[in-house]
Design a binder for this molecule. Structure first.
Ligand code: MIC
Ligand code: SF4
Length: 633
């Protein structure tokens, strides 16, 4: 396997969550396959659980019945966040996992090759198709030493984000090794692999060793364990050395996960809100550390503190260990076992709040309050701020590190209660699928025209997130199954006039900067612009999942030859791109170029189509679904 080559990975397991799952299953249904062809597929409900009206509940019912129909496990709302539950209940070292959520690599903490993708790619994998990607480069991360009192796994990944930035991992996998790895439990490793997504990485991977065995054994799954580690003398593109003994508590400051500063530098800043939870930091060990820090104290009167546990099993364990009662006693509000505030579903901070969250993303507006400043921290740093009312260094506090594995063992027997196993084939085929009125069919793109002469609908800078393109939160998420409705919110958080402009123009281009489409895997960030008539995105570079989603939905991804040509284009310019069919031809070289004419300015620029031979075949067919169907017939 040579980095840069097109490769295909056989997928053993898939996961979906409700906000991306409805579209994934609608697409899977059209493939005409009778039952999933993976070893295991799981449908989780964890994002859209506010149920303000019938919409979310209808989606849940659709997901439950479609899972029963096609041989898929169903994780009921309340069972927890997909990545945490998957790690605890289904993850297996050495298996491959494809998930319609960007934090799917969390399972890399168990030694799985776990990759996030758009829903359509996951649907194809459920149908037995391989997952195609460009062979990533592998970066080694050598950890030495051991975490000191008050520092946490979060501080390791924040250190990597500080060094590598949110673009550093694009096209890469990070593989962890070194004596420092042994000191880290699976939940700690999973914090690091989870936030590998913020580096832009394709995946992150830890070995499977005796710590992995310990974790799986505690959960009653010792038989899933196998030993796995990098070959002796394995070669990496480069190796990053981190002495974790030297790390100090850190925080990612507003509004980017790579804006990392030492907590000591921020100490004393008044805090309004604290939230512990999400798929990043809501393990039993995280909750135990938070409970020890708040023991005998109370949440500061000016702070609103909440806990949203990542899984029901962990919450039961926290209850048995008297962790939960300690946090409740100290004044924490207990939210559902779901994504909740991480995706702006409730617990929004006040205007211009300082909110400390143990989550993984702090993009502007994602919390639900555009002006709030969100700091990403460890559970220890969050708990220290909850009781003191200001950012404070947890390593200066006197608290014990409790061994809580016994409680994980006790809670493990409840792990299956909220999971519905697949029906046997004879019962599955007669299962009726329920569809509420908010569930609309997925619109399909058309094969591209040979020549496009269209306006630039919006011009953007670097690191535009999929939250910018297609916001989430309580108002927008209920429309994830309804593309005509959700498309009204495209770019709404950063340019409220975009929808009208796009609707008036009928079609057009988007111009983005570097790392365009970083963050979430939501294919709605491609699907809704496609519905509005966006035919191509011209950017300096793309984030991996978003580029794949654009191609899946027939939008041409072009990259600028040089930044100067990007600079000279403005919103409203009319661009003409001709010879598109030749670019997409089988015989065309990889990443072929074309000259675009800026008719408004009387200039031209060179654009490279950022697409492999297979991508071009998909674009030629008018998107992935049409391509798959043409090949199945
Ligand atoms: C996120 O953390 O941004 C989400 C919400 O989990 C997304 C998926 C989505 O938008 O539905 C992700 O990470 O892929
Ligand atoms: Fe849910 Fe947040 Fe994790 Fe995304 S990052 S899966 S919204 S908890």
């Amino acid at each position: 396997m040579t980095p840069g080559d097109a490769v295909a990975v056989k997928i053993d397991q898939t996961l979906t969550q409700d906000a991306t799952g409805t579209m994934a299953y609608l697409q899977f249904e059209t493939m005409g396959i009778d039952r999933v062809r993976t070893e295991l597929s799981v449908s989780y409900v964890d994002h859209n659980t506010l149920q303000e009206d019938y919409k979310n509940a209808d989606d849940h019912r659709y997901l439950q019945t479609v899972a029963a129909r096609y041989g898929i496990w169903f994780s009921r709302p309340g069972n927890g966040v997909c990545h945490q539950v998957h790690l605890e209940r289904f993850g297996e070292p050495g298996k491959t996992l494809l998930g319609s959520d960007s934090h799917t690599p969390t399972a890399g903490g168990l030694g799985m090759l776990a990759i996030g993708a758009g829903g359509l790619d996951v649907a194809a994998a459920m149908g037995g198709g391989a997952f195609r990607l460009t062979m990533p480069r592998v970066i080694g991360v050598c950890l030495s030493g051991s975490l000191k009192h008050g520092t946490a796994a979060k501080d390791i990944i924040l250190e990597l984000l500080r060094r590598e930035t949110v673009k550093g991992g694009v096209g890469h996998v990070y593989e962890y090794f070194g004596e420092g790895v042994h000191g880290l439990s699976v939940p700690e490793r999973a914090v690091i692999t989870n936030m590998g997504a913020e580096l832009g990485a394709t995946s992150s991977l830890f070995p499977s060793d005796d710590r992995t065995k310990e974790f799986l054994t505690d959960l009653g799954r010792a038989s899933a364990w196998r030993e796995l580690h990098a070959d002796v003398g394995a070669e990496y593109e480069r190796v990053i050395d981190i002495d974790i003994s030297a790390l100090r508590p850190a925080a990612a400051c507003p509004n980017s996960p790579d804006n990392v500063k030492p907590v000591a530098e921020l100490a004393g800043l008044k805090v309004d809100q604290v939230a512990i939870g999400s798929c990043t930091n809501s393990s039993l060990e995280d909750l135990a550390a938070a409970a020890e820090i708040v023991r005998g104290r109370f949440v500061h009167p000016d702070v609103s503190a909440a806990l949203a546990c990542g899984s029901r099993t962990t919450l039961i364990a926290a209850d048995k260990a008297d962790i939960l009662s300690e946090l409740i006693r100290a004044g924490f509000r207990v939210l559902e076992n779901a994504c909740g505030p991480c995706i702006g579903m409730g617990f929004a901070p006040k205007t211009r709040a300082v909110s400390l969250r143990t989550f993984n993303r702090n993009f502007k507006g994602r919390s639900g309050s555009a002006e709030a400043g969100v700091y990403l921290v460890s559970a220890q740093t969050a708990a220290a701020a909850a009781v003191s009312g200001v950012i404070s260094d947890p390593s200066a506090l006197d608290f014990e590190k409790r061994d809580v594995c016994e409680f994980r063992r006790q809670a493990a027997r409840f792990a299956d209660d909220m999971l519905i196993p697949p029906l046997p084939p004879e019962r599955a085929t007669v299962q009726e699928i329920e569809r509420g009125p908010n569930i609309k069919p997925c619109p399909a793109p058309k094969p591209p025209a040979d020549s496009l002469s269209l306006p630039v609908l919006i011009k953007l800078g670097d690191n535009v997130t999929t939250d910018d393109i297609m916001p989430a939160g309580a108002k927008v998420l209920p429309f994830r199954s309804n593309i005509p409705e959700i498309s009204k919110f495209v770019f709404s958080a950063i340019d409220s006039a975009f929808y009208k402009r796009a609707a008036d123009a009928g079609a057009g281009f988007i111009v983005g900067g570097a790392n365009y489409g970083q963050g979430s895997s939501r294919e709605h960030a491609a699907l809704a612009p496609m519905f509005l008539g966006v035919k191509a995105v011209l950017a300096k570079s793309f984030a991996r999942i978003h580029k794949a989603n654009l191609i899946n939905y027939g939008i041409l991804p072009f990259v600028f030859r040089d930044a100067d040509e990007w600079r000279r284009i403005d919103q409203g310019d009319f661009l003409e791109i001709s010879g598109i069919h030749a670019l997409l031809d089988d015989e065309a070289p990889d990443t072929p170029s074309v000259t675009a004419v800026n008719k408004t300015k009387g200039e031209s620029c060179v654009l490279r189509l950022d697409a492999s031979a297979e991508d071009r075949a998909v674009l030629r067919a008018g998107g992935s679904l049409a391509y798959i169907k043409a090949r199945t017939v």
